[in-house]
Design a protein around this ligand. Sequence first.
Ligand code: NAD
Ligand code: AKB
Length: 313
Amino acid sequence: MVSSMSVFMDRPTGRVLVTGALGQIGTELVEELRQKYGYEAVIATDIRKAEGCQILDVMDKKAINTLVVEQEITEIYHLAALLSATGERNPELCWNINVVGLENVIAAAKENNARLFSPSSIAVFGPDCPKIAPQKTPLNPTTVYGKTKVVGEQLALTSGIDMRGIRYPGLISYKAPAGGGTTDYAVEIFHNALENGHYECFVREDTKLPMMYMDDAIRATIELMDVPFDKLSESRGGYNIAGCSFTARELVTSIQRHLPDFTCSFHPDIRQKYADSWPDEIEDTVASDEWGWSPRFDLDRIVDEMITNLKKK
Ligand code: NAD
Ligand code: AKB
């Protein structure tokens, strides 16, 4: 029997579970984890069906528990959630999936002494946060989505298990579509630029938000999960990590380096309100000091990678 203290000291050695594995992050994280641990050691699950991924609804507490215990899961990446735009349209569902779903996963992690990664978001910050968000600041989000992420961070410190998280910025990737978030414009714009030469952006051109290329986000996630528990402080529920920050106009200008005829018009919708409630930039010295976080992709490099890879697709 593993003692409760050793849960926090030892590197887990069993199988790895990923929930919400078919989403924007899961698609790439599962690939990376299977490279690291071997195909069979990583169990990808989602509420949707796909090859190499089994069905698991995070609202089904019993099913999660059975899977975690029977498959001897010792590391969980819990990615199943609703994002901000979908969440604000369905606040009750957002609360249930993001908070009750997380509680179900925590219960299963506790049962098998598993280490748990549960993502937070820049959505934990509210309008009272400084434009450059510090690690420690009052968290007063205006969105239900943001509130669910604050609860997630608190649970990391109170649940009695080894649980960690990152306040991901808006993530930019080409392998899977962005799913129902406010920062989706920074992904959609590339597809529209290449397919139509034009994009109608749903935020103002001066909207500046923290963003990150998916490679950086996946590396950060795996690096954080590899750190011994005793090296992490109370920030472990949600570390600030910065990638790069840019306005929607700056993104257009960078894309025009590759596609000079590309045009973009700006028609803000309800998502502008969520974007306006989030900070412009992220201050990430705590993550750098505690586990060596450092980003590799700036705006132009992200754009170069996105255009090159989408053209190959
Ligand atoms: P996504 O929407 O692309 O994927 C979520 C996945 O969860 C989907 O495949 C969906 O089918 C699945 N899902 C939904 N309900 C489920 C349920 N009841 N049971 C099991 N699976 C279910 O989201 P993502 O972008 O991959 O985000 C993953 C996590 O990272 C979320 O917690 C999100 O809040 C966080 N995050 C993402 C970003 C980003 O820019 N992508 C930024 C900050 C935080
Ligand atoms: C969203 O826009 O909802 C996500 C996030 C920043 O959490 N990309």
